[in-house]
Design a protein around this ligand. Sequence first.
Ligand SMILES: [Zn+2]
Length: 148
Amino acid sequence: MLCSAGASEVLVEGMKLVSATKTARTTEVCFVLLGQFNNGICHAKLSWRRSGSHASVQFDGNRVLEREERYGDVVGFYHTHPDGFVQPSDRDVRTMGAWSFSFGKPLICAIGTSAGVQAWLFEPGADSEEQCARAAKFSGNWFVASLR
Ligand SMILES: [Zn+2]
């Protein structure tokens, strides 16, 4: 009986994994990027994962604000586009512009799809964002983007 119960638990755990993977593919996920800029390179840890709906995801704005006030290490945001389009949406542009302006510093908007990661730099008060030359996500939730 114990063996059988154990096998059934494994099966249930396996099903949970499958269902979690399906969810990750069809809903947007976002992280706050905590790190630093140095010599045109952004190095950050993807932190505080949150998931949302198919087309949008919200992060905890108050927590981000408190973190920035206390440590000054919020360098941007990473989120996924489950449909795969690799451009910031109009909402992304408005949101990033507002955060960059309110922090008074440049912020990275990184977008992940099944094809990889792209990133844009939003300067406070700038008319348009600048695409980073290269961006990549590494195991352990590390993120690097090169501006040039
Ligand atoms: Zn987006």
